[in-house]
Design a protein. Structure first.
Length: 107
């Protein structure tokens, strides 16, 4: 049975409106509302679009995992800032890398 609460929760966590999400998946605000309320069940293609727009996985939206984060599968999953950070990190000595990680943990 479909439960759309995770769409609403993830959308709220990303500070997206239903209208924003609808635009991202090529649908209407009314349809997003129906998915969130469990009135309509998204097709497989729509589920993938929802997961992409909500920066999560279909497994999370389906309740198969509690972790909403998407695992990295390739460099294409990184945005420009993440790639830049990785390039800077890789240029540093092991001691500097440790410092970078320590600073990142306290931010």
């Amino acid at each position: 049975m479909w439960n759309g609460r995770r769409i609403a929760q993830r959308r709220a966590a990303l500070q997206m409106s239903q209208e924003d999400l609808a635009h991202a998946i090529g649908s209407s605000q009314n349809q997003v509302s129906r998915y969130e309320r469990g009135v309509n069940v998204p097709t497989g293609d729509v589920l993938v679009a929802l997961a992409d727009a909500l920066e999560t996985t279909a497994d999370y939206l389906l309740g198969r995992t509690e972790d909403p984060t998407r695992p990295l599968r390739s460099a294409a999953d990184l945005d420009d800032d993440e790639r830049q950070l990785l390039e800077i990190y890789r240029q540093k000595s092991p001691e500097k890398r440790t410092q970078i990680i320590d600073v990142a943990k306290v931010l």
